[in-house]
Design a binder for this molecule. Structure first.
Ligand code: GAL
Length: 816
């Protein structure tokens, strides 16, 4: 009784104080569910009364390209992974209450691929060519209050090849409906900088735009409250602001926090800044942003420092997609990618070569990853459209972003900065990748213009992944002036030293370099006849591709060079390998039937390749040893095979069938691998790694027998019943004694029961042409994967995995 009374008195008080004032706060609602979809451009589909009953029901993130079959006839070509592309339309019907007639409605898309046009109730809100950029529209004037409304999104990804890699087609990122009062903070209107602290206190600078859409001016209070990582309020600051009618004003405050908890790679502490706008005592607007308190320094002598500590960037380039899920990825997909990269010892990502999702950056913030946030792969000139097909170099006409650059680049770059600049994980911005236009004055002018946009909006430095500043035709000093940090793609030591002579004060980073991983797909070790047969199957007409692949030998020696340089020269802040994970498209040097790249130490399904362990031996402290190839080399009996080993120990010993083949000294400062020549015979290899004479790690590789069972790893058994959580079911085929069978290609079938769907299957084979949307998958070199996605219903889940001749496995999971 007492409590009720209190509430009503409080309610009356509010009403008196806030007479004629809006009483409900702004909302941000997920608009991901309940869309209608058709893979066509349907004329008139934007009309409110259009009948879409026969269209498919979908939820977003949604990628239509990934749902199709691979076909040599698809115009996306090898660049797009031979998958379907085209024109598609989405519609979503929603109602707006009559009581909301004084509210403002905004629709927010975090990305839709590509050439979008969005309509509300038949009225076009605008077009956006770049499929990677977030955008939003105010649709208040076209909303029907007290009735149904329809949002229509038309996308056109039909002009192909449309990119140098797989893009996806669809509304492949989150959508939000935002409802506010007429006095509000516009989207991306809060800018939070938290890069000044001592152990006693931190200063957080907050700049806030306040917009008033009403006919009268307003005097408001902008109040910021900081919450510590444990949710406790730890500081606040406010400012009184006058905002004219239909005008925007800016508030600038410094919020102090005592004894700050710093954001670091090990402990990525995040503070929440709650921003409120008050008219009198009534809160009319509220939003929350995360920030991390940390300092970044880019020192020409010592390199990159995070919180004053020299930190080498052990980075990878990534594309935006998530393997078998295509571009429609979920938070868990990103977490898994970063977890595996962290296991490898990596601490940084370059968003190659375009803006990523907001969710990606949120995960980096919460996991302590560092991000080189990159905007463009091209400026005004389309990149050399060469590709290799059946071993022949051919040129194909393409339609890349360069065609829209003149009109849209400044807007896109500015929007990327505005959306992303609050993320503590972002440490630098990149305005390009291997831009040929940097060779002439026109390109230099563009570079300066883009760098100016970044400098106007943020304090972090600009880089540009340049392929050879050393080009004699390039105006070198001018090129350097377009970036704060010199970005080298594929630099050699000799060229680096030449650069340093002409530009000694420059700070640098290896924006891109080969990875220490062979170009062959995972666990592909080919000798003699087997090698010939593998290449014959691809029907190559000449040796170019063969030589290219062989040049990246199975030791990965070429890729090790970059890391040697990073270790040797303090003013190289770090490196980003091409790439961290394999990706769809850009299958060079292969042509059909290859449909994904093979550059990375982790394959498209997330299975580790040998190169993974090279980085682990160099980048991580956890004791480890890895040897390869596997030991099921039928046909090689009695022949010499070289065994390679990576370890972070100081000695390593190899045993064949229990007999020592000798200890080798391993100087990890020298960036080494070890090798032994062994005569192949079925049996056992064991590598033992030592540090200071003590065993620190062991690895056993045995010749496996026939496939008999399936080992299943899921990392988690519980998922969120939110329709967007995923569990990766990783399967490895074993023989009866539990040894991995690296040659197994059994087909596994996945039957699910309970509130769950199979979102995709995969196995990491870059030439596998089985579709990703299926309930079965053949293993590739002993491994395959199913990705299970929750629905919005909670309940128990089972996934039964069967395969002829193998023991059935039932995996029990739960969705809550
Ligand atoms: C680089 C380029 C990347 C990718 C890579 C493939 O030169 O910057 O985007 O195309 O080559 O090897």
């Amino acid at each position: 009784m007492k409590t009720l009374l209190k509430i009503s008195i409080y309610g009356m008080l509010l009403c008196t104080l806030g007479c004629n004032k809006p009483q409900t706060l702004n909302t941000k609602e997920s608009f991901d569910f309940g869309w209608k979809f058709i893979a066509e451009d349907v004329s008139g589909a934007e009309a409110l009364n259009f009948n879409d009953a026969s269209w498919t029901d979908v939820n977003v993130p949604h990628d239509w390209s990934i749902e199709g079959n691979f076909s040599k006839d698809n115009p996306s070509f090898s660049r797009g992974g031979w998958l379907q592309t085209g024109k598609v339309t989405y519609r979503k019907t929603f109602s707006v209450a009559k009581e909301d007639k004084d509210k403002r409605f905004v629709i927010y898309f975090d990305g839709a691929y590509r050439n979008s046009e969005v309509f509300i109730n038949g009225h076009s809100l605008g077009k956006r060519p770049l499929g990677y950029i977030a955008f939003h529209y105010d649709m208040t004037n076209h909303i029907k209050f007290g009735g149904d409304n329809v949002l229509t999104v038309k996308l056109d990804n039909s002009s192909q090849p449309g990119s140098r890699w797989y893009t996806g087609t669809g509304i492949y990122r989150h959508v939000h409906l935002i409802k506010t009062n007429k006095v509000y903070v516009p989207i991306w209107g809060n800018y939070i900088v938290a890069d000044n602290y001592t152990s006693e206190k931190a200063e957080i600078k907050i700049t806030t735009q306040v917009r008033n859409d009403l006919g009268d001016g307003k005097t408001v209070t902008v109040r910021h409250t900081a919450k510590a990582p444990n949710g406790e309020d730890v500081g606040s600051s406010s400012e009184v602001l006058t905002v004219g009618a239909s005008a925007t004003s800016q508030s600038k405050v410094v919020l102090e926090i005592s004894n700050p908890q710093i954001w670091s790679q090990e402990l990525p502490n995040l503070y929440t800044i709650k921003t409120e706008i008050l008219e009198g005592d009534v809160v009319v607007y509220s939003e929350e942003n995360k920030t991390g308190i940390r300092t970044l320094e880019f020192d020409k002598n010592e390199g990159f420092k995070l919180n004053g500590k020299v930190t080498k960037l052990k980075g990878v380039c990534l594309h935006h997609a998530g393997g078998p899920l295509g571009a429609a990825i979920h938070r868990r997909t990103v977490e898994r990618q970063l977890e595996k990269l962290r296991e490898m010892g990596s601490n940084a990502v370059r968003t190659a070569h375009n803006p990523f999702s907001e969710e990606f950056l949120k995960v980096c913030d919460s996991m302590g990853f560092l991000v080189m946030n990159e905007a463009f792969d091209e400026w005004e000139l389309i990149k050399e459209p060469m590709t290799t097909q059946n071993g022949k170099k051919i040129r194909i006409p393409v339609d890349f972003y360069a065609n829209q650059f003149k009109e849209w680049a400044d807007i896109d770059l500015e929007d990327m900065l505005l959306r992303d600049r609050n993320h503590p994980s972002v440490i630098m911005w990149s305005i390009g990748n291997e831009i040929d236009q940097m060779r002439d004055e026109e390109g230099i002018a563009i570079g300066k213009r883009l760098a100016d946009i970044v400098h106007r909006l943020d304090y972090r430095p600009v880089t540009n992944g340049v392929h050879g500043y050393w080009d004699p035709k390039r105006p070198n000093q001018d090129a350097a002036a377009t970036s704060d940090i010199y970005g080298f793609n594929y630099i050699t030591e000799e060229r680096y030293l030449t650069e340093m002579e002409s530009l000694p004060n420059i700070r640098s980073v290896i924006t891109e370099h080969q990875s220490a991983q062979s170009f062959y797909p995972r666990s592909t070790y080919l000798y003699d006849e087997a090698k010939k047969a593998w290449w014959d199957k691809l029907n190559y007409e000449h040796n170019d591709a063969y030589e290219w692949v062989e040049s990246r030998d199975i030791r990965g020696e070429k890729g090790m060079e970059a890391w040697r340089m990073v270790k040797k020269y303090p003013n190289i802040m770090g490196m980003f390998i091409w790439t961290g994970w394999d990706y769809l498209g850009e299958v060079i040097p292969f042509g059909w039937p290859a449909r994904s790249s093979c550059f990375a130490p982790i394959d498209l399904a997330g299975f580790k390749k040998d190169g993974f362990y090279f980085y682990q031996s160099q980048w991580d402290d956890k004791p480890m040893v890895h040897i390869y190839p596997h030991w099921n080399l039928k046909g090689m009996e009695g022949k010499k095979v070289t065994i390679y080993g990576f370890t972070n120990g100081d000695e390593v010993e190899l045993f064949q069938d229990g007999k020592s083949l000798g200890r080798k000294t391993n100087d990890s400062n020298a960036v080494e691998y070890q090798s032994w020549d062994v005569v192949y015979q079925p049996g056992e290899l064991k590598a033992v790694s030592y540090k200071n004479g003590n065993v620190i790690a062991e690895k056993v590789v045995k010749t496996a027998g026939a496939p008999a069972k399936i080992k299943v790893e899921t990392r988690r058994t519980e998922m969120k019943a939110n329709g967007q959580d995923v569990i990766y079911v990783e399967c490895t085929i074993l023989d009866k004694d539990g040894n991995e069978v690296p040659t197994a290609n059994n087909t596994l079938k996945f039957d699910v029961k309970g509130p769950v769907t199979i979102a995709g299957v995969g196995n990491g084979d870059s030439m596998g042409l089985e579709p990703f949307k299926a309930n079965k998958r053949s293993a590739f070199h002993g491994k395959c994967l199913a990705i299970l996605q929750s629905t919005q219903e909670a309940g128990d889940i089972t996934c039964t995995i069967t395969s002829e001749g193998l023991e059935t496995v039932i995996v029990a999971l739960v969705s809550k």
